[in-house]
Ligand binder design. Structure first.
Ligand code: PMP
Length: 349
């Protein structure tokens, strides 16, 4: 979901953005008006996420998946990096990185179907690795880190925050790189944000790798080496402003905790539905559950859709159900879901 006020503002701006006589979609990315838009988007995001001045903010294309390759391409020096395998996106990032160097799994919960994230003690990180990679929220499995892991000194922490960015305060200075596709909590699909500490730029072998994946080139050109995803950046700026107006990431955190604990409290109070994620790893963004019967799960997905709630079917790789309750989801959405779940349980037990 995108916040309704953001969609309304997009509609109001659609034909004539602030007297420019055109839609943001039609503007040259080199125009003065658009320059104002991208600068404002960056400034708002910096305020909302408290991004320190020694970090660059890049607006890129290719989705989070392109960054699975760009991360090792930009960060490897010794050629070694460590990954915590906590779900399908972390595993895909690990697999992609293996093309570029010596990769090591510092943790894996694959054997228990990715039902938990590691504790700090469970991490086996090589002290000479260039970076340690985590997926902060595992969208498909419904697990989320409740703390910032600490790699050994000199090993940079890299996090995919595609599905939980802007949902809580983050101490950016603990991370070398934070990145996220926009389409869950920040805007429409098509723009990916990379937040990278300046001193990590400049190791990219530009003579043999494609220029488009060099973060330094993009940073030096303020994400305008080529045409950036202009409309997505504009909407992202509106979403960041909406977060700020709502009380910032602290308010988003309170909302997220309220929404998810309502659902988990209900799930823990009954025995028709079973939760999937281990208690101490539960995601505030994606709540996964199942009935234990594939036919009933399919019926749930169908009937909830008919009741006006879309996307409750679990990801095709895990089945069951998944309630994605991102920033823009109002509390009433969760209340409606719980009412539906109670009724469905009553009718099908
Ligand atoms: N990481 C996470 C945590 C995701 O949820 C997703 C998909 N939504 C991706 C990576 C892949 O993102 P994209 O489709 O933008 O490449």
């Amino acid at each position: 979901m995108l916040p309704v006020p953001v969609l309304e503002r997009c509609a109001a701006d659609m034909l004539n953005y602030q007297g420019s006589g055109m839609s943001v979609m039609e503007m040259s990315h080199r125009s003065k008006v658009y320059d104002g838009i991208i600068k404002e988007t960056e400034a708002t995001l910096r305020r909302v996420l408290s991004i320190p001045d020694n970090y660059k903010v890049l607006f890129l294309q290719g989705g989070a998946t392109t960054q699975f390759a760009a991360i090792p391409m930009n960060l490897l020096k010794t050629g070694k990096a460590d990954y915590a395998l906590t779900g399908s996106f972390a595993s895909k990032a690990y697999k992609e990185a293996q093309k570029f160097g010596d990769m090591h799994a510092a943790f894996s919960s694959k054997e228990t179907n990715f039902d938990h994230v590691p504790t700090q003690d469970e991490l086996d990180i090589r002290p000479d690795a260039d970076y340690f990679y985590i997926c902060a929220n595992n969208t498909i499995y419904g697990t989320e880190y409740q703390y910032d892991p600490e790699p050994p000194a000199g090993v940079e922490l890299v996090a995919d925050m595609s599905s939980n960015i802007l949902s809580k305060p983050v101490d950016v200075s603990k991370y070398g790189v934070i990145y996220a596709g926009a389409q869950k909590n920040m805007g429409p699909a098509g723009v990916t944000v990379v937040i990278v500490r300046e001193d990590l730029l400049g190791n990219y072998p530009l003579e043999k790798y494609p220029v488009m994946l060099d973060w330094k080139t993009m940073a030096d050109k303020d994400s305008m080496y080529n045409t950036p995803p202009t409309y997505g950046i504009y909407v992202l700026g509106l979403v960041a402003k909406w977060v700020e107006d709502m009380g910032g990431v602290k308010a988003m955190q309170e909302r997220a905790e309220k929404r998810s604990s309502m659902l988990y409290d209900y799930l823990d109070s009954q025995d028709f539905y079973k939760t999937v994620a281990a208690k101490d790893s539960r995601s505030r963004m994606n709540v996964t559950f199942r009935t234990g019967n594939d036919e009933l799960d399919a019926k749930f997905a169908k009937e909830s859709m008919a009741a006006g709630m879309s996307n409750l079917k679990g990801h095709r790789s895990v089945g069951g159900m998944r309630a994605s309750i991102y920033n823009a989801m109002p509390i009433e959405g969760v209340e409606k879901l719980i009412d539906f779940m109670k009724k469905f349980a009553e009718e099908n037990k």
